[in-house]
Design a binder for this molecule. Structure first.
Ligand SMILES: [Zn+2]
Ligand SMILES: [Zn+2]
Length: 282
């Protein structure tokens, strides 16, 4: 199994970091978890064109995690044969509502393309297979087993994380969450645990430079894992490799060791932090 950080950014725009998105690959199967800003562009850089995306899985419906869903859906449709397989979109309760809105947004474009391309008209148009899942659910896509676990990103709810199993290896993509018992259950014994993180110490510095935004910056602290939180979760659960992503604030070039140093006192395994397209093989 191969895990690639398609986008390591956060809601704060960054010229070098796409929005949150992670690619899980095993054999010929490509699963995309969350699809933030620039996701399709980075997927292409990772060698995965939209028609080869087997499913899109969403951890939650915050805009930074879904802002390029429309691009992925449209690009997959117009680059595929007219009779292509439906685009599978898995997500928490609420996903169907978001996708209904997306379909409405894309309706004119879909009609333009159908009117213009006779071969596309021979197919059914954009076909989306939306599957709302809940903690405790499990399913299989393209040889990868997927288990769904509850996470804690309140007041955003429901939010979920995914545990992927293939080739005898386990990768957990937790999404935005603070530590909780359900997250521990999801992560137990994982070979790779990917956690979205922030640095409370640096957010405090940002608050001083951006006093007008200070209250909003303060709010983000209580529903994300810090690097220390992620490291402690990894240690408690016997994880082998901890991967940090969606770093707030963005990791500046050359500062990677500084981020890793916040994890190592609490976790003895490997800690990975890097730019978009950083990958881990297990
Ligand atoms: Zn979020
Ligand atoms: Zn987020």
């Amino acid at each position: 199994m191969k895990i690639t950080l398609i986008g390591t950014g956060s809601p704060i725009p960054d010229p070098n970091r796409a929005g949150p998105s992670t690619l899980v690959q095993s054999g010929a199967t490509n699963l995309v978890v969350d699809c933030g800003r620039g996701c399709v562009m980075r997927l292409t850089a990772a060698g995965v064109m939209p028609p080869f995306v087997g499913a899109i899985l969403l951890t939650h419906l915050h805009s930074d995690h879904i802002s390029d869903l429309n691009d992925l859906v449209t690009s997959r449709w117009i680059m595929s044969p007219a009779q292509a397989t439906p685009t599978i979109i898995v997500g928490p309760v609420g996903t169907a509502r978001v996708v209904d809105g997306l379909r409405a947004m894309l309706a004119l474009d879909e009609q333009y393309r159908l009117d213009h391309h006779a071969d596309l008209r021979s197919g059914p148009g954009i076909v989306l297979d939306v599957r709302e899942v809940s903690p405790g659910d499990s399913f299989e896509i393209g040889g990868i087993s997927v288990a769904v676990g509850r996470t804690d990103h309140r007041p955003v709810a429901p939010t979920i994380g995914y545990r992927f199993e293939a080739d005898g290896k386990v990768a957990v993509l937790a999404g935005d969450t603070v530590p909780c018992a359900e997250l521990d259950d999801l992560c137990r014994g994982a070979d790779v645990y990917v956690q979205t993180v922030l640095r409370p110490d640096l957010v405090e510095v940002m608050k001083q430079f951006l006093p007008a935004q200070a209250p909003r910056l303060h709010d983000i602290l209580d529903y994300h894992s810090s690097v220390e939180d992620a490291a402690k979760t990894a240690a408690r659960c016997g994880v082998s490799t901890l991967v940090l992503t969606h770093c707030v604030p963005a990791v500046q070039p050359g500062q990677e060791a500084d981020w890793i140093a916040q994890a190592t006192p609490h976790f003895g395994g490997r800690v990975v932090v890097g730019p978009d397209l950083t990958s881990v093989d297990v």
